[in-house]
Design a protein. Structure first.
Length: 286
């Protein structure tokens, strides 16, 4: 197996986690028309949530993902009522300012508690060796976990009453309310799920790389790129776009310095905005 192919496979595995992170941002942005700038800090809290649980229980972190997701749902409900409910339906600037304020509060409190020193979840699964290359078990487990969560979300959105209500509100909020759907409750659930997905992605990242309270910012930027690639309100499309972004990173990383990769990603971001303004999976309007 060539080094480039191995790098691309590793990028595909990591890209699935990028996609999971972007699914939360895409869901909130597409359903609520709110740009959630708490996304990065929620990813960071997911990292520390996994770190604290693993330090306390020392269990398999991919099992500990379940309480992290549950905590993310509760945190999402809290953040929704504190800072998001009152800006829904108002200008984008209001949602930006409100969620940015929460983001800065989380980072400030997190820095006071954990400083900006790196932490890591000291857990390792045996990997798979193909020729001279070994794909770590953590990368494989994180990718499988991300895919399972994405499938569960897709099943929830398309095969449950609550999920169908979320899609109805996303399509036409006024019509959904005329049909007896409480848009406020639906938006709260959508926001909570988006935060839970961000926390889950952060928890998975913590099993792969060292992290700090500031680490979520980089993944938030990748989430914006992936969301634009997929199109707003396309959570499963965001997973696919995340995998594609990971493949791109894996394909170019053997040839260029890592510091140049964000330049390529944001170049792709601009190109997609120009030629596919509604995203690769978005539907064109008449």
């Amino acid at each position: 197996m060539s080094g480039i192919l191995a790098s691309m496979i590793d990028g595909l595995l990591i890209g699935s986690v990028y996609g999971l992170a972007a699914m939360g941002l895409s869901l909130i942005w597409g359903v609520m028309d709110v740009i959630n700038l708490t996304h990065g800090s929620m990813i960071a809290l997911g990292m520390f949530g996994m770190y604290l649980l693993f330090a306390a229980i020392a269990g398999n972190p991919y099992v500990l993902l379940i309480p992290v997701i549950a905590a993310g749902l509760l945190l999402g409900i809290l953040v929704y009522w504190l800072s998001v409910n009152w800006v829904v339906g108002r200008s984008q600037l209001m949602s930006l300012l409100s969620t940015f304020a929460v983001n800065m509060m989380v980072i400030g409190i997190g820095t006071a508690i954990w400083s900006t020193s790196p932490y890591n979840v000291d857990f390792s699964l045996s990997g798979i060796t193909v020729g001279a290359y070994t794909f770590t078990g953590n990368h494989i487990a994180a990718a499988i976990s991300a895919l399972l969560i994405a499938l569960l979300l897709e099943a929830f959105l398309y095969h449950t009453r609550a999920g169908k209500a979320i899609r109805a509100v996303a399509d036409n909020r006024d019509a959904a309310e005329l049909m007896g759907i409480s848009s406020t409750r639906v938006l709260m659930v959508a926001f909570a799920i988006g935060i839970a997905l961000a926390a889950a992605s952060g928890a998975l990242v913590s099993t792969l790389f060292p992290f700090t309270i500031l680490s979520g910012a980089g993944y938030q930027l990748k989430s914006f790129v992936v969301t634009v690639l997929a199109g707003l309100g396309k959570p499963f499309g965001a997973l696919v776009a995340g995998v594609l972004l990971g493949l791109l990173e894996g394909a170019v990383s053997p040839f260029i310095a890592v510091s140049w990769i964000p330049l390529i990603e944001f170049g792709l971001f601009v190109i997609v905005l120009i030629f596919f303004p509604r995203g690769i999976f978005g539907k064109a309007t008449a």
